[in-house]
Design a binder for this molecule. Structure first.
Ligand SMILES: [Zn+2]
Ligand SMILES: [Zn+2]
Length: 253
């Protein structure tokens, strides 16, 4: 399995990341993609791919909530750094109006900048889209990107349809496993060959770990939940979602 979205550079992993990655491997999670939110975390991501070669890959970009402090020099650094073969995507990028819309123009400008970079380099994009409504998908549509993923998906079926129509995949975190979540009803209606697993670690730990630190090996619980919803075995769910992630991030045809 592949944990397609985690943040391994946060301090929650400072003391025991070797153990965390050993547990992941032992649990069948042989690869993890650690996602930057700005330049400093991007530099940490590149350190991590060197520390765990062949197991940790990364995405570089600027999270919409970090757009205020990013400089032109940061953008230049990211543009140069994405040439590293361990960089498998641009992300996370997108829109986030959770804390108000004060810098939405800046968010949109940077979002469009990174969508253009991804098209130019033929890289997939990892989209963060909290409470931003249809604006996120409209920007992608007019930009003309067709490869990527909407991560931590928590919208409705109608939104999912638009995402799939644009050629993008959808990934689910531990919130799929939470009691009273509407997401299982959505997953039941989605094609499994467009779904990927992610933890968003150290956040969003799935049941029965909810409230604790999340780590990559927990994608197993998300695979198990998808299997339960779709009426297949966990192995089948793991296999199909892994090949979806491989095709998006690790195939170079
Ligand atoms: Zn996000
Ligand atoms: Zn994230």
């Amino acid at each position: 399995m592949i944990d397609t979205h985690c943040h391994l550079y946060y301090e929650q992993f400072a003391d025991d990341l070797d153990d965390v990655m050993a547990r992941a491997r032992a649990g069948g999670v042989d690869r993890a993609i650690t996602i930057a939110v700005d330049r400093p975390t991007g530099e940490q991501c590149l350190d991590l791919v060197n520390r765990f070669p062949g197991q940790v890959y990364c995405a570089l970009g600027v999270h919409p909530s970090e757009t205020d402090h990013v400089t032109e020099a940061d953008l230049d650094w990211i543009e140069a750094a994405v040439g590293d073969p361990a960089v498998v995507a641009i992300g996370e990028i997108g829109l986030d109006v959770y804390r108000g819309e004060t810098n939405i123009a800046r968010q949109e400008k940077l979002f469009e900048h990174f969508l253009e970079l991804a098209r130019r380099l033929d890289l997939p994009v990892v989209i963060h889209h909290r409470t931003a409504g249809l604006r996120t998908i409209e920007i992608i549509k007019s930009a003309g990107n067709h490869r990527g993923v909407f991560h931590c998906f928590s919208e409705d079926f109608e939104y999912a349809r638009r995402v799939l129509d644009q050629g993008f995949n959808i990934s689910f975190t531990g919130n799929l496993t939470y009691k009273n979540s509407p997401l299982p009803d959505l997953v039941r209606r989605l094609p499994l060959d467009r779904i990927m697993l992610e933890t968003d670690a150290p956040f969003m730990a799935p049941m029965p770990h909810r409230g604790k630190r999340c780590e990559p090996v927990y994608v197993r619980e998300i695979a198990a939940k998808i299997a339960e919803i779709q009426g297949i075995t966990t192995e089948e769910a793991a296999k199909i979602t892994t090949s979806v992630a491989e095709k998006l991030f690790f195939s170079h045809d």
